[in-house]
Every structure is written in structure tokens, then in C-alpha cells.
Design a protein around this ligand. Structure first.
Ligand code: LLP
Length: 418
């Protein structure tokens, strides 16, 4: 469930018409529903309530500080993957003791920054990284908590680019190496190895691969008497973009809770898409339409630089006009919704049955709250879109659109060329 619904042929976000926002805020813009964000976060929290887990929202899915603030205010921690995300998390007011830090390539300066900030733990992905953390902790005179990310070698059914728990991927370490690390805790006097971290992939629709991965981790802990106090099971819960039928948070929790309860471990979850995915849409305007002998194109003012998921993963995002015309179903036809960028891969939707749309009409690209703005670029020197948050009947621009000056900020011409 989300708060983007049609009433009398008009798309509303919570209690405000999307078209009304588009009259004030120039397109394209990302539009987020505060209520949907918080509701989805609470869905996971209540599904796992008996275990009182730490729920660390995955900042990479949506890093706007107003979005982070909304969740942090409701008790969420954060899952980060860079110094930049840590900076955002702190700005949003997150207690550093609720922040966990994953990623295979944490730089020494990022490690130092996170230690100084006092995060809960690092999810360590290699022995060299662990050595680096040991060195940094030692020189700062601190004791630092870590969990070791294990690659459980399970294969979830999802797009090949977003599988992370398969043996061949760069993520985590195999069980044998993890065992070796736990047995050599003495090498890391400034580090406390507190547990295991798993994250097997994203947009996973059923619980099976999660259960398989968790089982492997728990068996490993029991068999080798691993002194773990935490199990972080990562994110990855799939959502509905079109006809998917994802597990609910409750059904997922029912499968996971008994296993974790028995183990006595403290649970951490890192949902991203589940919380933010259906909490946002991309609002865009039709610039032109054109018909060629083979196709009809609807050309809009946003493209792969704003939302790269269709181009990169052939991801499906539903596209709807924010106002439906009375006769719209009679005039529906198949169109390609494409952006202004000079690549044929620049599309938001292909062969979509859309009601008649004309130059100047406003469209909403649904399910764009996760990995939308955060993956946007300035390709073709296009300023990045603004971000807007709706709270009931009000809306706030929570990030201004970039300007041409923003595009060249920091660039200089060598004196020889002046
Ligand atoms: N934890 C870790 C360590 C992760 O790497 C990720 C996502 C998450 C949690 C959150 O996963 P989620 O709950 O959102 O599935 N750009 C791709 C998705 C990449 C996911 C990367 N890692 C997309 O647009 O589909």
C-alpha cells in the first residue's frame, strides 16, 4: 500500500494533487510521501517486534536528508556504504550508535571518520579491511566493533546485477575465511568481532533464499562455536512494481523469527527498497510526441540521467498521466516513453499502453523512491531534478533542482588555456 492514488481521475500524493504540485515546482522532480515512508518502516518494525531488532534503513536507496530524518525520528538506524552517507546520516540526526557501515572498498579516511563518529559497527568484507580498521582504531586509541560479512553462496531469483550473495560476487567472505578470522581475534586487539552480516541481493520476492542464507549462518555459528552476539541479515525484500507478488513483511518475519529467537542473537535488518521504493514517484512533463513508421514516442523532460533503472536493469516502472481524460481508455495506444538523452537506451518505458497524452501533459513514473535520485547523474550536462516531500496536504522542496552553475562548480580552466 502506498499513498499515490487516483481520486476522480486525478493522481494524489497523500491529500494533495500531484498536478497542483507540478504547477508550482518545475518538472522533473521526485515526489516522496512521508506517510508511505513511515508506514513501510513501521510495517517491518511491527512484523519483527518480538525480537526488538535494530532496523537500519539503507541510505543508498534514498539518501535525501529529509527522508532519513523522517525515518530516524521514528526510531530507524541507518545502513551506510560511504563517508558521504555517514555525513548525511549525522546531518539527519541519526544516533551514530545505530549506524552500520558495509561495502568492500572503505577507504582509510572513511574508516577513520566512522570510528571518530562512533558508529555501531563496520560490516567487514575482507581481511585487509579488518587490518586497516585495527590500525585506525589503534592509532585513535579506540576499541571498534565489527561484524564479518559472510557470502553464503545462495542464488536468489533477481536481476543478475543485484545478486550479492553468490560465491562469485565481490561481497563478503567465505565461511572458511570467516572462521579463520574469528580464531585469530588476538591479531585485532583494538577490534571486537561481534557477529555476522549477510546481504544476498535486492528485489527478492520470496523468503526461501533468505532462510537458506540465515540457516547457513546459524549452523556455522553453532558448529564452530562462533562467539557472535549479532546477526545482521541485510536488506533485499522485494516490492511490487507491476505484477510481482512479493512476500509481506509479516510472512517474511514469521519464517525468520523462530530461527533467530532460538539462536538468542540480536537481529539487525537493512531494508532499503521495501521502505522507500513505493514511497516516491518521478514527475515529468511531455515535451513532444512523435510518430515514426514503426513507433509512437512520448518524449519527456527526464531520462536515464534521472532514473537509470529501466536502462540499466530493464526495470519496469509503471507510467501514468497525473490527470486522466474522460475518454482516455478509448484512445489508449502503445508508446515508448523516452528521455532527451542521446542514447537509444534512454527510455523510461517501452511499448506501454498509455491513454492519449499530449505535449505539456504531466506523467508520474511510479515506484521511483528507491535507487531513483540516488543513482541520478549529470550525463548530457543535465542538472539533477529537485526532490519534494509531501506531508498530508503540504509539500516541501527538500532538495532544489540543480542549476547550470551547479553543473560546473569546482571546474577550472588551466591558466595556459586562458
Ligand atoms: N544492505 C546492503 C549491504 C546492501 O548492499 C543493500 C543494497 C541493502 C542493504 C538494501 O537492499 P534493498 O532492501 O534496497 O534491496 N540499484 C539497484 C539495487 C542495488 C542494491 C544494492 N545493495 C536497483 O535499482 O535495483
Amino acid at each position: 500500500m502506498h499513498e499515490f492514488n487516483f481520486k476522480n481521475n486525478e493522481l494524489y500524493c497523500e491529500n494533495i494533487k500531484v498536478a497542483a504540485i507540478a504547477q508550482t515546482v518545475p518538472t522533473p522532480f521526485y515526489l516522496y510521501s512521508y506517510k508511505t515512508l513511515v508506514d513501510h518502516y513501521k510495517k517491518i518494525r511491527s512484523a519483527f517486534r518480538v525480537l526488538d531488532p535494530l532496523i537500519c534503513f539503507s541510505v543508498k536507496s534514498n539518501s535525501n536528508i529529509a527522508v532519513l530524518r523522517a525515518l530516524v525520528r521514528n526510531g530507524a538506524g541507518l545502513d551506510i556504504v560511504s563517508g558521504g552517507e555517514l555525513y548525511r546520516g549525522i546531518l539527519a540526526g541519526c544516533d551514530p550508535r545505530k549506524i552500520v557501515y558495509a561495502g568492500v572498498g572503505k577507504r582509510p579516511d572513511e574508516i577513520e571518520y566512522a570510528i571518530k563518529t562512533g558508529i555501531l559497527f563496520f560490516n567487514v568484507e575482507s581481511e585487509e579491511e579488518l587490518n586497516q580498521i585495527q590500525r585506525a582504531a589503534n592509532s585513535l586509541g579506540k576499541k571498534v566493533n565489527v561484524a564479518i560479512r559472510v557470502n553464503p553462496d545462495v542464488v536468489p531469483k533477481t536481476h543478475r546485477h543485484i545478486i550479492t550473495g553468490k560465491g562469485e560476487t565481490k561481497f563478503g567472505l567465505d565461511f572458511e575465511t570467516v572462521h579463520k578470522i574469528f580464531n585469530s581475534q588476538w591479531r585485532y586487539p583494538s577490534v571486537d568481532i561481534k557477529g555476522l552480516h549477510l546481504h544476498i541481493g535486492s528485489q527478492i520476492l520470496d523468503a526461501k533464499p533468505f532462510v537458506e542464507a540465515i540457516k547457513k549462518a546459524l549452523l556455522f555459528i553453532i558448529e564452530f562455536k562462533i562467539p557472535a552476539t549479532y546477526l545482521n541479515i541485510g536488506g533485499g525484500l522485494g516490492i511490487m512494481y507491476s505484477i510481482e507478488n512479493p512476500q509481506t513483511a509479516k510472512a517474511f518475519a514469521q519464517k525468520v523469527i523462530p530461527m533467530i529467537k532460538k539462536s538468542g542473537l540480536k537481529l539487525i535488518l537493512e531494508p532499503g527498497r521495501f521502505v522507500s521504493g513505493n514511497s516516491g514517484v518521478l514527475v515529468t512533463k511531455v515535451v513532444y510526441t512523435k510518430r515514426t513508421p514503426r513507433k509512437k514516442f512520448v518524449i519527456v523532460d527526464s531520462g536515464m540521467s534521472d532514473l537509470i533503472r529501466p536502462s540499466l536493469y530493464e526495470a519496469y516502472h509503471k507510467i501514468v498521466p497525473v490527470k486522466l481524460r474522460e475518454d482516455s481508455s478509448d484512445t489508449a495506444e502503445k508508446v515508448d516513453v523516452v528521455g532527451p538523452i542521446c542514447e537509444s537506451g534512454d527510455f523510461l518505458g517501452k511499448d506501454r499502453l498509455l491513454p492519449l497524452v499530449m505535449k505539456g501533459d504531466i506523467l508520474a513514473v511510479m515506484g521511483a523512491g528507491a535507487y531513483g535520485f540516488t543513482m541520478a547523474s549529470n550525463y548530457n550536462s543535465r542538472p539533477r531534478a529537485s526532490e519534494v516531500m509531501v506531508m498530508d496536504k503540504k509539500f516541501y522542496v527538500v532538495r532544489k533542482a540543480e542549476t547550470y552553475e551547479d553543473l560546473v562548480r569546482g571546474e577550472t580552466i588551466p591558466k595556459e588555456l586562458k
